[in-house]
Design a protein around this ligand. Structure first.
Ligand code: ADP
Length: 223
């Protein structure tokens, strides 16, 4: 489970997160909905400690990340995948080499990497694009590559930072369908932030609304 307790993050005298408590059950898709500037991104980045809270605790699958540093934190972070609105792919690397990057960092040999990359590309429906470059792909295909890369380290948790905000409605539905599939087939817990009600309605089991750094409601999503 993902558990944030009384998390505060300040930028100067502005509290981007003002005492956030959040519990996400394992295997859930949980949406964080809020307007621009509400604190969504800061909240998401606190879950893997890309932003270190000034106070409060962050616990992911029983491990209190706020109590870790150095190698232990790096190891724990590997089990938390992340995808972004702008994909963050390396444009000089092929699709296969982008997906292979976390595997290289983990020290897998070339054969093991190739097998795993093919398996991951197959899972996201891009088996035929291994040798393409990101610039040759559509937005939806780029996000699929980013998802494959995020899955390379066999994460328990996937963090999604407005992953469909640059996509048209049809492509958005396809990417959300893929996330739902990964959730049910791999048991992946997904925490996604968005400013779009529709995204929450399409994919989330539960949703929290954030306003001015505070969670103001949490409820189930009916479909
Ligand atoms: P959202 O993702 O909901 O748009 P953010 O988490 O990005 O909101 O930002 C929440 C608040 O914190 C905003 O007022 C923003 O300007 C401020 N903020 C975010 N990151 C920084 C930063 N690195 N330095 C200063 N202020 C920041």
């Amino acid at each position: 489970m993902i558990k944030l307790q009384n998390v505060v993050k300040r930028y100067g005298d502005h509290a981007a997160l003002d005492g956030v408590d959040l519990h996400v059950e394992p295997g859930r898709v949980h949406g964080i909905l809020g307007r621009s500037g509400a604190g969504k991104s800061t909240l998401l980045r606190s879950v893997n400690l890309l932003e270190r809270p000034d106070s409060g605790t962050v616990t992911v699958f029983g491990q209190e990340l706020t109590g870790l540093g150095g190698k232990e934190l790096a190891r724990a972070r590997r089990r938390i995948g992340m995808i972004f609105q702008q994909y963050h792919l390396l444009r000089r690397r092929t699709v296969a080499d982008n997906v292979a990057l976390p595997l290289e960092l983990a020290g897998l040999n070339r054969t093991a990497r190739r097998d795993k990359v093919l398996q991951l590309l197959d899972r996201v429906g891009l088996a035929d694009k291994a040798k393409s470059y990101p610039a040759q792909l559509s937005g939806g295909q780029r996000q699929r590559v980013a998802i494959a890369r995020a899955l390379a380290a066999d994460p328990h948790v996937l963090l999604s930072d407005e992953a469909t905000s640059a996509l048209d409605p049809e492509t958005t539905a396809q990417i959300l369908g893929l996330l739902r599939e990964l959730n049910t087939e791999l048991g992946l817990t997904i925490l996604l932030i968005t400013h779009e009600h529709d995204v929450v309605r399409q994919v989330a089991d539960t949703v929290s609304v954030i306003e001015a750094g505070k969670i103001i409601s949490t409820e189930g999503v009916s479909r």
